[in-house]
Design a protein. Structure first.
Length: 328
């Protein structure tokens, strides 16, 4: 944690770790969420998203590392969470009470002028029309929206949401995205977890991709797209011979045998040109040699799948540990 922390930074996380026995659910996460960000915390099931958010909200204690929300430690209780609201997994309500009555209970706990914000919050999330109905009869999407209404009672500057659109139908997902955009346009900083790249792509300006508790990438989506890089596909009449040529060819890397042929990456186009001559020399006629534009999805899967988590660069003189992709 830097010694001088500007108070205005909504979230700073340094070296965050959570261990459950042998399992390291969150493994050295460094994260910065700037004011105005809609920040996507993206990763597959079990990557440690909810556990990270729980620590950020002060609901569980980190095994190591630190969280600062607007410069304050959320472990220090309610005062430290001023201006912050959110929920993990699903919000909980009394099913026999109406949406409005549930919000009244929350507002009386929150104190201040929360009671006066109930109607406005219901309106923002689009529940004014069913506020008198019992929550037990609400759909999943309505409950998620009521959870956000409950968060809005606190007049947050920072909203933390754990998979807010998961389990919603396409219409519900769109409504949730519109709502988050609206809140962001109103000046709120948002962090949301998701396992859906498309959702994060649509909503977020910055993203952290988390895999097995570690950050595999952190930065803007535009930079991530730039990193994705293109690949090539080669099919010849003699695949074994072609692979030997590929393996020996300078500037050619990342060979992968697929059903369609061999996929590889190239340093530049001239490396591909040289390859085609080398294949002809080796008597391995080319049937197909094509460039394939990488999608963000390819990169997401390459960052979140495979056997081993990406290796972390060693910490240098006490500097926060940076991961290779982030450091690139
Ligand atoms: N209280 C706990 N006790 C033991 N293990 C836990 C506990 N909470 C989480 N874990 C484990 O930590 C890992 C990360 O869990 P977490 O719920 O944070 O993942 P997630 O990214 O939110 O996954 P999902 O997309 O399924 O919600 C998992 O292997 C999970 O089983
Ligand atoms: Mg989760």
């Amino acid at each position: 944690m830097p010694r001088v922390t500007p108070q205005a930074i909504p979230i700073e996380v340094r070296g965050l770790v959570k261990r459950y026995g042998e399992l390291v659910a969150v493994d050295g996460v460094d994260l910065t969420v700037e004011a105005g960000d809609v920040f996507g915390y993206l990763g597959p099931n079990g990557a440690g998203k909810t556990t990270s958010l729980r620590m950020m909200l002060g609901l569980i204690r980190p095994s190591a590392g630190e969280v600062r929300l607007f410069g304050r430690d959320p472990q220090l209780g309610v005062k430290a969470l001023e201006g912050v609201a959110g929920f993990v997994e699903a919000p909980s309500f009394y099913p026999y009470l109406s949406g409005r009555e549930n919000l009244r209970l929350f507002a009386s706990l929150d104190g201040g002028d929360a009671l006066e914000r109930i109607e406005e919050s219901l309106g923002i999330v689009g529940l004014a029309g069913c506020a008198k109905d019992r929550v037990g009869g609400y759909s999943h999407g309505m409950r998620q929206r009521l959870g956000i209404a409950a968060a809005l009672l606190r007049k947050p500057r920072l909203l933390m949401l754990d998979e807010p659109a998961t389990g919603l139908d396409p219409g519900g997902m769109r409504d949730m995205r519109d709502l988050i955009r609206e809140l962001s346009a109103g000046g709120m900083t948002v962090i949301l977890s998701s396992h859906l790249l498309a959702e994060v792509e649509e909503l977020c300006n910055r993203v952290a991709i988390v895999r097995s508790g570690r950050i595999a990438y952190q930065g803007s989506l535009a930079e991530l797209r730039a990193q994705a890089g293109d690949s090539y596909l080669l099919r010849t009449s003699d695949e074994a011979r072609a692979r030997a040529v590929l393996a020996a060819q300078p500037g050619i890397e990342g060979l992968e045998a697929t059903a369609d042929g061999t996929r590889f990456g190239a340093r530049d186009e001239s490396a591909v040109g040289a390859l085609s001559l080398a294949l002809a020399d080796a008597d391995a006629p080319i049937l197909e040699l094509s460039r394939r534009h990488a999608t963000l999805e390819d990169l997401f899967f390459s960052l979140t799948e495979g056997d081993a988590p990406p290796p972390a660069a060693p910490a240098a003189d006490g500097a926060p540990r940076r991961h290779p992709v982030e450091a690139a």
